[in-house]
Structures are given as C-alpha cells and as structure tokens.
Ligand binder design. Structure first.
Ligand code: F0G
Length: 466
C-alpha cells in the first residue's frame, strides 16, 4: 500500500472553458432567477453543481466505449458488469438501468405497499420522492451529530441504532418495506457509514425479517473512509472492505454516474432470485430488456471498467485528498464548513456564512449565487429550497442544515482550479457578515422545486450580491 499522496494519472485531452465578465454574470444570475440550474454551462467557469456524470473517463474506459457490444440480448458488455459486481459484492443478480433514480423507481414499485415506511440515514431527494410516489414514507434516523456542522464524528452518516430499534418495535415488520443505508450519505454532507454501524443495522434488520438495502452511489468512497477511520479495517484492501459491506445487505440501487465514473448509468443488485424475477417486468416496461436496461453496450463496458478503477486505493486516496485539500484551505480561512469534510464535496454552512440573513431568506441559496457572481463558480444549494414542503401539511420544511455544496467531479479539475475556487469563496466571505437580506421566492416550481423555483433579491435596490 502506498500512503504517499500523488496524482495517479496525467491528462491527454482537454476541454476549453472560459469565464463571462462580472457585469455579464450579474445579469445572468438575475435572468436565471438566482437558480443555478438556469445558468448555461457555457457561462460557468468551475462547475461544482454535481459530481454526477461529470467525471473524466480513463483511456481504458474509452477503449471499452469502442469495444461496446450493442446486442439487444446477452450483450458481452452486460456480462462485464455482472462479473465485476459479483466479484466486488458477492451479489449474483444485477439489473442495468439508465440512472440511479430509475433503479429507485423499479425497486420501490415492487418493494413498497401503501403506507409502508422506509427508515434509513438521510435519503437522497429522488430516493425520498420515489418512496413517496410508491405510497411509502422515508424516515430519517441519522445520528443527532449529523445536524451540527461543527461537531467532529468520523461516521456522521451512521443511522441511530436505538432510534431504529424503537421505530421497528413501534411500527412492526409489516409496516416497514425495507431499511435503506445511503453510502456515503450525500444529503448529510457526503458522510460515511461505519462497518460497525452497517453490521448492527444488519442484525436489527435480520432479527425482524426486514430486508436491508444500500443506496450505493458512492460505495467506494465509503469504503475508503472505513479503511482510514475504523481501526479494525486499517490493513484491509478497499476490495475486501467493499465485499464485507455488501455481504450484509439483500441488495442495492446505484447511480453509476458517481463512483462508476460514467456519464450515464445505474444498477440494481439483488441477492434473491424471487425478487429479481419480480423486478423483471417493471424493468422491461420502464427501462429496457434485462441485459441493457436503458444503457448502451458502450456505456456498460465503461461502467464495468469504472468499477475496477474506483476500488483502487491510489485513485481514492487522491480523490478524497483533493476534496479534503479544498476543505482544509477554507477551514484555515475561518469559513464555516461541514466537518469532517465529506467524500465527494465540501459543504458550506449557509446560516453561519451569512449570520445576518434571516433563515427564511434562503442563506445557502444566496451563497450559491454570490459565488457565481464573484468567480463564475457554480455550486448548488442543499438546504431550505431543496427539501421543499411537507407532503402532509404543505408547510415549508426547515432543514437541520442549510448548505451550499461544492461537489468535485472525479479526475476533472486541477489543483489550480481548486485554489481559484478557494480564493473566490474567501473573497465572498470577507463581506458576508454585512449582508442582511437574502432571497425571496418569485415563482415556486411544483414538485421538486429545487430545479425550477426562481428568486428575487429581498433588497431589490441591490445590484451586486457581494
Ligand atoms: N442516490 C444518491 C445518494 C444520489 O446522490 C443520487 C444523485 C441519486 C441517488 C440519484 O441518482 O442522478 O443517477 O438518478 N445525486 C446527484 C447529485 C444528482 O448531484 O448529488 P441519479
């Protein structure tokens, strides 16, 4: 094992990016209603909106694109996925789908009966949406430490085992569809779940006959944190840790746009042949035949190769080190970030960054816009706008944390890009305490309002957000 931190690749292809002028950025923001999804990518310099589908593929992955087998049934590229999934996880049945939320849709339509619960650590928004649209309710039982951005806990993605036990006791097996652990926990700040916590959750699930599933979008990053922070696994390889993690679950959904480093793709992994058979019809109706399910052969080949590369220690050591480096620079400058720094992103605490913006004036959303104005950097809000309204009462939910996420695409940006980003944030922070007003909703989008809601400045006389 090499502990030295180094960049384990070199670049042989580049893509030109540029930055609009400051006056143009002010106009672009206003026109887009201060919503990052309304800004054209060509107007963004450093795009940290997401780490999903934005990674850079390796030369071997590109060779798999050329080699892709586009046969409708029994594609060789599908079997490359099946082989690596079985090798890494020990899970025998795999269903390809077009992306993570498609996996959620197919699984939940089969797994959830009306009014059943799905307890877990903080569910991602599409996951919660699919649970609810199948008639279920997502119950967030993450440990209390996850709600305080300043507390250090090595595994802030852990589920609270006492709360889980009490929940299962109160609601009984028949009202619980399954238990879901999201690894790493994206909405909680890219925080990992420990192997001890997975084992204990597995015991509770097994004792009550409830299936346990992973949302495994960032499974390899989670395994890296286990190796670094859980003493017992210090000498294990990433692949050994991954195998152990998956040995404790009935199955998983996976957005392959994250750790599998492909622009599009998703998987469902299943241990039970019966459940695999039950999932076949919704897969074929919604996605495609069982050996391509919404993906092309070429993407499947690249995905299989991505799963090999992402479970290499050197890759993960660099990847998570780069994210940590950005976070550390910000922390040194006194900027309020979520600690410890997550696997795929640095999260800024909007309420602490702007202590004088009232909570209902969307401080984290305001921060996303200010960073774009200051440097053409595009982050995304993961806070009051994202969580939306309570499906039962219609009231705005006040989330535990109002965050601005800087998601780092895999193998895409350099040290210089990261330093430019840090300087931009520092510049915005200098005057942040002087800002007293944030944003108000102009037009609220229906459903997942994150993507469509537009805002106006509360102080309409202001030109600049800085
Ligand atoms: N689960 C988690 C934990 C995710 O982070 C995502 C997507 C999904 C499921 C859905 O997967 O996009 O392939 O349909 N997260 C992206 C993000 C969109 O920016 O964090 P998908």
């Amino acid at each position: 094992m090499k502990e030295k931190w180094f960049v384990p690749y070199k670049y042989r292809m580049v893509e030109k990016i540029s930055i609009p002028l400051k006056e143009e950025r002010v106009e672009i923001l206003k026109k887009g209603g201060y919503n990052m999804f309304h800004i054209k990518a060509k107007d963004v310099y450093i795009d940290l909106l997401t780490d999903s589908g934005t990674g850079t593929m390796s030369n071997i992955q590109w060779s798999k694109i050329i080699m892709g087998d586009e046969s409708y049934a029994g594609s060789r590229s599908f079997f490359e996925i099946k082989d690596i999934v079985e090798e890494l996880t020990g899970i025998p049945f795999v269903i390809p789908v077009h992306q993570g939320r498609a996996a959620e849709k197919v699984l939940n339509t089969v797994m959830i009966k009306e009014s059943q619960f799905v307890p877990g650590n903080t569910h991602f928004d599409t996951t919660k949406g699919h649970i609810e649209s199948s008639g279920g309710r997502a119950i967030d039982l993450t440990i209390d430490e996850s709600a305080d951005s300043a507390i250090y806990h090595p595994f802030k993605g852990n589920i609270d085992l006492d709360k889980l036990k009490a929940f299962v006791e109160e609601h009984k097996r028949e009202n619980i569809a399954y238990i879901l652990l999201t690894i790493t926990c994206n909405s909680g700040g890219g925080q990992p779940v420990s192997l001890e916590n997975i084992e204990e959750t597995h015991k509770i699930a097994k004792a009550n006959g409830i299936p346990l599933f992973f949302d495994a979008a960032r499974f390899a990053e989670n395994a890296y944190f286990i190796k670094q922070r859980e003493n017992k696994y210090k000498t294990w390889t990433i692949k050994e840790i991954v195998k152990k993690m998956f040995s404790l679950v009935e199955g998983f959904t996976m957005s392959s746009k994250k750790d599998a480093i492909v622009p599009m793709g998703g998987l469902i992994g299943i241990r039970s042949e019966q459940l695999f058979n039950d999932l076949a019809t919704p897969t074929i109706l919604n996605e495609g035949y069982l050996t391509y399910g919404g993906m092309s052969g070429m993407v499947m080949g690249a995905l299989a190769q991505g799963l090999h590369e992402v479970t290499e220690f050197d890759y993960l050591h660099y990847r998570i080190g780069q994210v940590k480096m950005l976070g550390d620079v910000l922390k040194e400058a006194g900027i309020p970030i979520v600690e410890p720094i997550g696997g795929h992103a640095v999260f800024l605490d909007g309420r602490k960054f702007y202590p004088n913006i009232p909570e209902d004036e969307f401080p984290a959303q305001y921060l996303t816009a200010a960073l774009y104005e200051a440097g053409g950097v595009r982050p995304v809000e993961v806070g009051a706008n994202l969580v939306g309204r309570d499906p039962d009462t219609g009231e705005n939910i006040r989330p535990k944390l109002d965050l601005c996420r800087l998601a780092i695409p895999r193998r895409t940006y350099s040290y210089e890009h990261m330093m430019y980003t840090a300087e931009t944030i520092k510049e915005v922070f200098k005057n942040a305490h002087k800002i007293k007003h944030g944003l108000k909703i102009d037009i609220e989008g229906s459903g997942l309002r994150h993507f469509s809601t537009t805002f106006k400045l509360v102080n309409s006389k202001k030109k600049s957000l800085l």
